[in-house]
Design a protein around this ligand. Structure first.
Ligand SMILES: [Zn+2]
Length: 300
């Protein structure tokens, strides 16, 4: 491996994603580790461990998919099911800021992903800051996100792409492998063999190793016979994109008569952000313009 650790380097946050490249095959990869960001998200809610683990896998996957895209905007993974997690949703933007919820899953009792996300569908949405929104929907196969993403990649990517995911309630991690267009190896059979070998070795990784090993250690364990170039990490952080202005802009879409009724009943209107638990309170005077029919959005 050509990467070396600089002993005087200031320690990086352990929340990060690192790209790697095979020097002798047209294959790239990405390893994500979420530690503090994952714990911060989990700490906001009171989820059972099985739900926290799934949420961690979704967060890791969202980072892997975002890092794989060259765009400005947000990638959203949204699972809807008839199981004990009716809605699981995570977002990651191009600055690798993540947030996530498992809505309605605080009282889930099952430890089985298939039960938790029974008859579920996974929607993968790419929302560019400017431009057309893209959405792909695949079934959630046996509650397994990585299997479902395989189905998604088969449909949407020209090149072989696979992910491995793990989360233990404290750490979440993921590994992505993707074939690149032929450059180093042009022979199709040889390309196929290279992919098969690299893929088979990745399939030996345990959830524990994926969560606990540093990127260097993991790559050494899997690919010490290969020349692999590991790039510097990009930081990932928890950040909720909610704001008072956004909440106000959501309120102006409601019927002024309904707002008036709420104000009469409650004195003020409080909107809670499900992602971060932030409360936004609006008094009658805050909403004077809306009540008068003014639907002008505010920016800040
Ligand atoms: Zn929020």
């Amino acid at each position: 491996m050509s990467d070396t650790l600089d002993s005087i380097e200031i320690p990086q946050s352990s929340d990060g994603t690192r790209r790697f490249l095979f020097e002798d095959a047209d294959i790239r990869g990405e390893i994500v580790h979420l530690d503090a960001a994952y714990c911060e998200i989990i700490a906001i809610h009171q989820y059972p461990l099985a739900v926290s683990r799934l949420l961690g896998e979704f967060l890791a996957a969202a980072v892997l998919l975002s890092a794989n895209l060259k765009f400005e905007g947000t990638l959203i993974l949204q699972a809807r099911s008839e199981g004990e997690i009716p809605l699981l949703m995570v977002e990651c933007d191009h600055r690798l800021r993540v947030r996530g919820i498992a809505s309605g899953a605080e009282r889930a009792t099952s430890n089985n992903n298939d039960e938790l996300l029974k008859c579920g569908n996974l929607a993968i949405t790419i929302e560019p800051a400017n431009g057309q929104r893209y959405q792909g929907i695949v079934p959630l196969e046996q509650g397994s996100l990585s299997n479902s993403l395989d189905g998604y990649f088969k449909r949407s990517e020209q090149l072989n792409t696979r992910v491995w995911l793990a989360a233990d309630g404290q750490q979440a991690a993921g590994l992505l492998l993707q074939q690149l267009p032929p450059l180093i190896t042009t022979d199709e059979d040889q390309r196929g063999q290279q992919w098969q070998r690299v893929y088979s070795l990745a399939s030996t990784v345990t959830e524990r190793d994926l969560c606990q090993l540093e990127s260097e250690q993991l790559l050494y364990q899997l690919y010490h016979e290969d020349r692999v170039r590991l790039f510097e990490p990009s930081d990932v952080s928890f950040n909720c994109s909610c704001s008072r202005a956004r909440t106000y802009n959501a309120l102006i879409t409601l019927n002024p008569a309904d707002l008036e009724e709420l104000l009469e009943d409650l004195g003020s209107i409080t909107m809670d952000c499900e992602f971060c638990n932030q409360h936004y309170q609006f008094s009658r005077s805050d909403l004077a313009n809306v009540l008068a029919g003014d639907k002008t959005k505010i920016l800040h």
